[in-house]
Structure formats: structure tokens, C-alpha cells
Write a protein that binds this ligand. Structure first.
Ligand SMILES: Nc1ncnc2c1ncn2[C@@H]1O[C@H](COP(=O)(O)OP(=O)(O)OP(=O)(O)O)[C@@H](O)[C@H]1O
Length: 475
């Protein structure tokens, strides 16, 4: 009997219907039409891009088993997506996307070193109860090289990442130190490297961890008196990716433990990949021996993307969502949002939301209005209170301290910086700033602003504080 798309899909539906709730079945499966069958490849037509993403995210497993029952273990699924272009006055058309079958990378097995007592190993990345340790790489399958647009701003870092993926630990880029401002793609890039290593070298153990998580784990390990297990766990990793390494600043004990792990991995030729919001030389409160190790391999920075890269990124994001913007609108966004990629994505989302909620066409006028509001809102949010909180958090002093009369050096410094930033970021008068920050007069605020400016010119560490805090405030 020859198989037809209809008969195969009907059997799949019968199987799926028995295995998922009825309302989910009618919502997500009844609108699907079988389009064609070619050998073991079934093409189904879905009503929108959103539908396709939902199926991929929530029902890929059941789709896979239904299809394999009908077409064997090599069965493949292709989506044909009906793209609605009514708003552009054009006819609908379809695009074909193979099922990515994107599941999280499988846990990796590692032989445990003899001294490791598995029963006490508290690392949350370890799936307990198994003979061999299974480590979840913590990689995000959506951050790949394929969807990381290349441009002048990221060429070196991307190329180094690609080289490392081919030969982890085997290039001179060890460690690879990727740095740059917020939202420029550091996290995306290191996930892409990790995923590609896993694809090309399935035997390698890859682990992505944020420095914050690493620090918390270490604190837990100290509390439970199992630091050795913690260290041994990290020493087993073939490719260790640590995000936001600048958060080790001022944490002497965690720096020390990281130093030992780093040395062990490096000596064994294992790959280390680090990201930071500043270059190794500009990281404050970090042991010199660590800084010098960060510089051993390659430091590559990510810069603000240029116009063409921004345009390409926009095109890619829209294609993913199955939406078309007029060229002039794309050009306007790319011209006007030149800070970082996260803001670029955010502006797209706002424009889409405005158009959808108000049932309006995406025009240049709507875009200009939405973007101007975005910028205004961002500015509006910076209040003196917010500035004080940010500064207090950064220096780990309390709001009460800043508001008090204390002349302790660190509090005075925080207070003066809060005054300086209040002058920079708000329209408040000196008198008003003074009354809100410690009930001081306008002369004190003026003096604070001058002191900060002088120190900024003469003291490198102080300059670092200013850069850090400005970034946090305008984030
Ligand atoms: N070159 C690029 N191509 C496509 N998408 C990009 C690119 N660069 C960044 N992005 C996207 O921009 C967003 C922000 O990137 P990411 O989180 O990697 O930035 P980051 O530098 O790690 O920021 P932060 O320092 O704030 O953590 C993500 O959605 C990412 O996919």
C-alpha cells in the first residue's frame, strides 16, 4: 500500500490524540494540514510561524514518536508555514522549515576521579544516582553560530571562537577572553562555541557557568565542608566557559579557588573561555596573578555593531518571527538604535507590540513614535533615588550610611559619587540634589562633583568605578 501524506498524518493524529489533552489537541493539531510526503519526509502546513515555534517547543517529542511509528526511525518532519501578508496587501505565501528537533544538549558522562566522593557531591549540574557522573552542559541551544551575525564589531572574537570549537585546548587562544559592553553578544558567542564543541567533539565535557553561580556554589561548598569535591568537579571539565568573570572582583577566596582550577585545566590543555564587561587590564580588585593568566591566550573585544551588522541582525530576527518590515523602517531602526543588540531586539519587540495591539500597519511614523518614547522612558527612569541605590549596591554601603553624617572614607566616596551622577543624569538643581542625598547644601554637592572629576583624571581605579556605575545606571 502506498503511503500518502493524508494517511500518514491521520495515523499520527490518532496516536497524538491519545497522548495529549483534548483541548491542546484541537488547538495545536487540528489546524495542521498534511502537505506532502517524500520517502521518509513528511511536510505539514501550519498556519503561522508562532504555531511552528509552539509545536517545536512543546510537542516535538510526541511528533517525533508519532512520525517514527509511521515512517521508521529515520523519519523527518518539515513545516510549511503560511505567511500572512495581508497587512502589506500581498497574497499569503509559504516557507519551509525543517524540524530543528532542538533539544537541550544531552548530559555528558565523565569518569569520576578516585578521590571524588559522589554521595557528597552537591553540584547542581550533576544528575545524581548514576554510576558515571552526568553533567548538564547548561548550554542554550538557541545561541548558535548560525544565528550570530558576523560583522566588523565581532569578527576576531567569532573567528577565534570557531577555531577553538574545532580544536578545544589545541590553539594558542587559551584562555579565550571575550570582553565588551552590555548586550553585545558575549553570552551568545560563548554558548555558540560550547554547542559547536559538543557537536564536533561529543566526547568532550563542556560546562557553561555564570561567575555568580560559581561563587554561590563555592560558598555552599565551604559551608558544607566539601571544597575539595567542588574543585575536583571543575577540574574534570574539558571546556569550561565562565560568564561575567568581572564578578570575581573583590572576592579573594573565590579568586583563589578559581586560580587553582584555572591552572589545573590550563596545564592539562583543557580549554577555558571567559567573558567580562571590561578588558583584563581594567578589572578592579582582582589578583594580579589571575589578571596575568587572563592575558595568556587571546583577549578579543566585542564592539557596538556597525550599521550593516545592525541591519543584518534586524533582518534575521524578523525572519525568525516570520514578519516583514518595510525597508525604510528597517533603515530607520538601524540608523537610530546604535547602542547594543539587546536594545535593537527590544525596539523591534516594542514596534511589533504597538502595531499588533493597536491594529496598525508598521509604518515609519509608528516606528519613529515608538522609538522616541523608548528613549524618553529610559531617560525618565533615572531618578536620584535610583542613582543612590545603584551606588550603594556597588560599594556595598547602606542607604542609611549615605544619608547620615558619617565621614567614613568609603561612605564619603559613595555619597560624592551619588551626587556627581545625580548632576550628570538628572535635571535636579545642586540644592535639590544636596537635600535628597544626606541633607547637604549646594556647595557640598559642587565640591563633590569637582572632587570626582579630579579623581577621575588622576586615579585609574576610581575611573573604573565611574565607568562601572554609569553602565549600571544607564543599563
Ligand atoms: N552578532 C549577533 N547576531 C545576532 N544576535 C546577536 C548578536 N549579538 C548579540 N545578539 C543578541 O543580542 C542579545 C544580547 O546578547 P548577549 O546576552 O549575548 O549579550 P552580552 O554581551 O552577554 O550582554 P551582558 O553583558 O548584558 O550579559 C541576545 O539575544 C543575542 O542573541
Amino acid at each position: 500500500m502506498t503511503l500518502t501524506a493524508n494517511s500518514v498524518w491521520e495515523n499520527c493524529l490518532n496516536y497524538i490524540k491519545d497522548n495529549i489533552p483534548e483541548d491542546a489537541f484541537s488547538t495545536w493539531f487540528l489546524p495542521i494540514r498534511p502537505a506532502k510526503i517524500n520517502g521518509n519526509i513528511l511536510t505539514i502546513q501550519v498556519p503561522s510561524k508562532f504555531f511552528y515555534e509552539w509545536l517545536e517547543e512543546h510537542y516535538i517529542k510526541i511528533l517525533k514518536s508519532a512520525l517514527q511509528r509511521e515512517l521508521g526511525s529515520e523519519a523527518k518532519l518539515v513545516y510549511s508555514i503560511l505567511m500572512d501578508q495581508k497587512s502589506q496587501g500581498r497574497d499569503p505565501y509559504t516557507v519551509r522549515i525543517p524540524s530543528s528537533n532542538k533539544e537541550k544538549p544531552q548530559p555528558q558522562e565523565v569518569d569520576t576521579p578516585i578521590q571524588l566522593d559522589k554521595s557528597r557531591l552537591m553540584n547542581p549540574f550533576v544528575i545524581p544516582g548514576l554510576q558515571k557522573l552526568k553533567i548538564d552542559s547548561q548550554l542554550n541551544p538557541n545561541y548558535t553560530f548560525d544565528n550570530f551575525i558576523e560583522g566588523e564589531s565581532n569578527r576576531l572574537a567569532r573567528a577565534a571562537g570557531r577555531a577553538i570549537s574545532k580544536r578545544p585546548g589545541g590553539t594558542s587562544f587559551n584562555p579565550l577572553f571575550i570582553y565588551g559592553g552590555v548586550g553585545l553578544g558575549k553570552t551568545h558567542l560563548v554558548h555558540a562555541i560550547g554547542l559547536e564543541v559538543k557537536e564536533l567533539h561529543p566526547d568532550k565535557t563542556v560546562l557553561y557557568v555564570s561567575t555568580e553561580k560559581f561563587t554561590q556554589q563555592f560558598i555552599e561548598a565551604v559551608k558544607n565542608n566539601n571544597q575539595n569535591d567542588f574543585i575536583h568537579f571543575y577540574q574534570m571539565i574539558d571546556v569550561l566557559i565562565m560568564d561575567d568573570i568581572q564578578f570575581l572582583s573583590g572576592k579573594a577566596k573565590t579568586q583563589e579557588v578559581f586560580f587553582h582550577i584555572f591552572n589545573h585545566l590550563h596545564q592539562r590543555g583543557n580549554q577555558i573561555i571567559l567573558t567580562s564587561d571590561k578588558s583584563p587590564a581594567d578589572i578592579q580588585d582582582m589578583e594580579q596573578r589571575l589578571i596575568s593568566r587572563f592575558k595568556w591566550g587571546l583577549s578579543a573585544d566585542l564592539q557596538n555593531p556597525d550599521y550593516n551588522t545592525r541591519l543584518e541582525i534586524l533582518k534575521q530576527k524578523l525572519e525568525k518571527d516570520g514578519i516583514i518590515f518595510p525597508d525604510e523602517v528597517m533603515d530607520y531602526i538601524a540608523q537610530n538604535i546604535d547602542t547594543n543588540v539587546r536594545e535593537l531586539e527590544g525596539s523591534l519587540n516594542s514596534i511589533i507590540a504597538q502595531a499588533t495591539l493597536n491594529k496598525r500597519e508598521i509604518t515609519l511614523e509608528l516606528t519613529a513614535r515608538t522609538l522616541s518614547k523608548l528613549v524618553q522612558t529610559a531617560r525618565k527612569e533615572i531618578s536620584i533615588d535610583y542613582i543612590q541605590k545603584t551606588v550603594c549596591e556597588y560599594f556595598k554601603v547602606s542607604m542609611e550610611d549615605i544619608q547620615s553624617k558619617t565621614r567614613k572614607r568609603d561612605v564619603v566616596q559613595a555619597r560624592q559619587l551619588a551626587m556627581y551622577f545625580a548632576k550628570q543624569y538628572t535635571k535636579a538643581s545642586l540644592a535639590s540634589i544636596g537635600s535628597q542625598i544626606g541633607k547637604r547644601d549646594h556647595a557640598t554637592v559642587l565640591h563633590a562633583c569637582k572632587t570626582v572629576k579630579n579623581l577621575q583624571e588622576t586615579d585609574k581605579a576610581f575611573r573604573g568605578y565611574i565607568e562601572d556605575i554609569s553602565r549600571k545606571i544607564s543599563d
